[in-house]
Design a protein around this ligand. Structure first.
Ligand code: BGC
Length: 837
């Protein structure tokens, strides 16, 4: 055979599944998704059709469409990430027997390997058909990271104990619907009109489709070639058009123990692509220029090698290779969702990746957990992804105005044009009832957008971005908070009413009409974040060069009086704190009932989704002190103790350092972790105070998708916030990275099980190779031409020029407690129990 042998993937880079397990297939499909930031395809078998076991899905980044459904007597419109035509179909039959279907043959062995290093999905199987013939199927699949429009399947089919005539069938199937999420199955789901099914020349089939509302045109072209011993096989082909599907059937003969190699190369374009005439022409041209599978694969592997060069993480310690592998799975899926190919696209980061249909491919606040890793690895990518929000600023302004506010109000769920995409009704699968969904009241999403802008600027020092885009959004969000806040004369405080915090269990006060669910008042997280945004907005105004500042203020009609109000609100927002010094999640939280955690655990076992359980019982979490996920604790996730102390001081509230562990204890005991973001945030905030517990939660967060700990949600799409967040936890939390006042602070404190960590960071134009163990921190800057950056370890500052190295001896835990330099600059960790300076 002339083609490269199908080499063995490395175990520390491989996710391996053995055997065929129909009950696990959905999970494997999601976790074996291949993508390149432009499109993604689930790891379904090429012979699979959507049914109760399999769900092939291909999604274009940001490829949305809206449909109206009639549900519970109401018309509701939802915008979905569209399942695009399935390019995978490839199967065969012997003589005129049945087409291969995994469910119909006896599987002798099956090994499915996701090769993370090379970005390949390998499926190696042996099976015996009903007539006792044994066949090997060795498949390699890629979605090219080198050319975002190309994908390929390469199968070596080897008859072990038979020879004869076979027919291979390759297809492009436009007959797909959006039916990957059981909860959505009562909703309208046919988004595609198939416009053209053609064959071009001998080898190529072609499909053109268009979404039926957003008019997104898509074209796919597929080429099939067969080889034996490296030479093309002469074969008889016919084209078959079926309802919305075009197929090519190829007849040939095979010999026992002689592999037949089938290469299916596919090109896909959409009408939103740049530098195109129209998608059909481009997909055919791209296919015409595409080489053989191994050529495409070489370029693809090189692109992955370059990405890993920037984004890998190196660990040493107990079971470090297992942790490393899981982190790599997470980095892999992050880079498949957003990659350098996303830079020219108008997409945000979807909470569930482009890996399935859960949450309809929408963009949430989860970016808050995702951008920090990207900003220190591929900052250009964060810049591009933040533009997604800037392009939707007009829509956010419109939403604010319509709600009676000033500034810009970003939606809780965002899709195509930035309008609010949160569904109006959602199904509780436990009760079968459709219920009003009021989660759009999570106005805190706006602070997440502002926080991401600020963090990106800290990591890059990209003033041009701030001047042209960032400042405008940040000021408009500050303006929103200042206008939402209402003054309470008797308290002499500003209040933010009728919102929801990150804890989605509390939609309203008990005994209020759920249809009108009016939210809750003074959510501590929302209010502290609003004070932070207003304070940063004032900083941004100072930061802008004179003329830019004048022009922006003129354009926004922003004058001294309004800025004065921002200052006032930023100092007087209300934060409910109870008599024990516990920050109340919101006003009235203390009056709620304690929940019978043990009783419910005993009764239901898995109580992650208490909202569904209680609703099915005719009760509501609104009555209890229960949280779905970190809410108050998000403050300790996002801010150092020192920064929070400053914020509380500014707001005129006491803040003792020991309130942090007490709040962590309090809310840990009252959280069901109904979101995968929760364990991550809890692990982070415990990283210094209770390292063993933090490590356990971290391990659990690492398994969120790999073990599908939410019991069935991962097959519908991965959880990108938890994935990126766990990598960021190792990077920023364990290394104690904090970017503050133009200084990159480190304060490493590795868990006992980790002996050493290595990361490569991009900080303000320099590439820094950072390595820490329990004794030393070493930072090596790669040679390049740029200005020095300032690095600090607990108040010890160094200017580092490109090409230079610096090292710090790390304090032992007992020395850390006595260290007076601790508070010279904020560190990232909120949980060091040290006295206030
Ligand atoms: C969580 C949200 C999150 C969303 C998307 C929900 O279950 O409660 O915080 O933004 O999932 O990941």
């Amino acid at each position: 055979m002339s083609a490269k042998p199908m080499d063995e993937p490395l175990p520390e880079w491989s996710l391996i599944y053995e055997g065929y397990r129909p009950d696990q297939e959905g999970l494997r499909e999601a976790l074996c998704t291949l993508g390149n930031g432009y499109f993604a395809t689930r790891g379904a078998a090429p012979d699979a059709r959507a049914d109760d076991v399999h769900y092939p899905g291909t999604y274009l980044a940001g490829g949305y469409n809206r449909l109206v459904s009639e549900i519970a007597g109401r018309k509701v419109e939802n915008e979905d990430l569209v399942n695009q035509p399935n390019w995978l179909p490839l199967t065969f039959r012997i003589d005129d027997g049945p087409w291969l279907s995994m469910d119909e043959v006896e599987t002798l062995s099956l090994r499915q390997t996701l090769d993370l290093k090379r970005g390949l999905l390998c499926r190696d199987l042996r099976f015996r058909d009903a007539r006792g013939r044994t066949t090997r199927w060795n498949e390699r699949r890629m979605v090219s990271m080198a050319d975002p429009h190309l994908a390929g399947l390469c199968v070596e089919l080897t008859p072990e104990d038979w020879s004869g005539r076979i027919t291979l069938r390759s297809a492009l199937d436009g007959g797909v619907t959006n039916s990957g999420v059981a909860r959505y199955r009562d909703l309208a789901n046919r988004h595609l009109d198939v416009l053209e099914l053609e064959h071009r020349g001998e080898e190529t089939i072609f499909l053109r489709a268009r979404t039926n509302q957003s008019q997104l045109g898509v074209a796919q072209a597929a080429r099939m070639r067969l080889y034996v011993d490296g030479s093309p096989v002469d074969a008889q082909r016919r084209t078959i058009r079926e309802d919305r599907c075009i197929a090519q059937e190829i007849d040939c003969t095979v010999q026992a123990n002689t592999p037949l190699r089938a290469e299916k190369i596919v090109a896909m374009y959409s009408s939103r692509d740049w530098a195109i005439s129209e998608p059909g022409i481009e997909s055919l041209r791209a296919l015409g220029n595409a080489g053989r599978f191994d050529e495409l694969r070489a370029a693809h592997e090189l692109a992955w090698a370059h990405l890993w060069n920037e984004c890998d993480i190196g660990l040493e310690g107990n079971e470090a290779s297992e942790t490393e592998l899981k982190l790599r799975v997470h980095i892999f899926h992050l880079l498949q969702t957003v990659s350098p190919h996303s830079i020219d696209l108008d997409t945000g980061v979807p909470a569930r990746g482009w890996h399935g249909e859960a949450y309809r491919g929408h963009i949430f606040w989860d970016e808050l957990f995702i951008f920090p890793f990207l900003s220190l690895r591929i900052p250009t990518l964060t810049r591009a992804l933040l533009r997604y929000r800037h392009r939707r600023l007009t829509e956010a302004r419109r939403a604010a105005k319509e709600a009676g506010y000033r500034g810009a109000m970003y939606p809780w769920q965002s899709g195509s044009n930035g309008r609010e995409e949160t569904q109006r009704l959602h199904l509780n699968p436990d009760s079968g009832r459709w219920l009003p969904d009021t989660s759009h009241r999570q106005r805190h999403i706006n602070s997440a957008v502002a926080y991401n802008i600020w963090q990106y600027h800290q990591a890059t020092g990209d003033h041009e971005y701030m001047h042209f885009y960032g400042a405008e959004m940040l000021l408009e969000i500050a303006r929103l908070w200042a206008s939402i806040a209402t003054y309470n004369t008797s308290l002499d405080r500003y209040e933010i009413k009728g919102v929801m915090g990150p804890d989605e269990y509390h939609t309203a006060y008990p005994d209020t009409d759920p249809e009108a669910a009016g939210g809750i008042d003074n959510n501590a997280y929302t209010n502290v974040m609003a004070a932070w945004v207003l304070t940063r907005a004032l900083d941004v105004i100072d930061l802008l060069p004179g003329r830019r500042r004048e022009q922006l203020c003129e354009r926004l009609g922003l004058g001294d009086e309004e800025i004065g109000r921002w200052l006032e609100v930023s100092r007087k927002l209300r934060v409910p704190i109870n008599a024990d010094g516990i920050i109340s999640q919101f006003d009235g939280y203390d009056d709620l009932e304690e929940f019978d955690w043990d009783g419910y655990r005993e009764k239901y076992g898995d109580i992650h989704r208490l909202d569904r359980i209680l609703e099915a019982e005719g009760d509501t979490p609104n009555r209890y002190k229960v949280s779905k996920q970190a809410d108050v604790l998000m403050l300790f996730y996002l801010f150092s103790a020192e920064e929070l102390a400053l914020l509380f001081e500014q707001l005129g509230y006491p803040f003792e350092y020991d309130t942090i562990p007490r709040n962590i204890e309090y809310y840990s005991a009252r959280t069901s972790h109904g979101s995968t973001l929760s364990q991550l945030a809890h692990s982070w905030v415990l990283a210094r105070a209770d390292r063993a517990r933090s490590w356990r939660l971290f391990q659990r967060a690492l398994d969120s998708d790999l073990a599908d700990i939410q019991g069935g949600t991962t097959p519908e799409g991965i959880h990108l916030g938890a994935m990126a967040g766990t990598v960021d936890l190792v990077q920023r939390c364990y290394l104690g990275i904090d970017m503050w006042a133009n200084v990159l602070h480190f304060d490493p404190s590795l868990p006992d099980d980790l002996h050493r960590a290595r990361v490569r960071l991009h900080y303000r134009g320099q590439t820094l190779d950072v390595e820490a163990d329990h004794d030393m921190l070493r930072i090596r800057s790669a040679p390049c031409t740029t200005t020095p950056v300032t690095i600090a370890y607990r108040g010890h500052y160094r200017d580092l020029s490109p090409g230079e190295t610096c090292a710090f001896r790390l304090l032992k835990p007992e020395e850390r407690d006595r260290d007076e330099n601790r508070h010279q600059a904020p560190s990232h960790h909120a949980t060091d129990k040290e006295p206030r300076p």
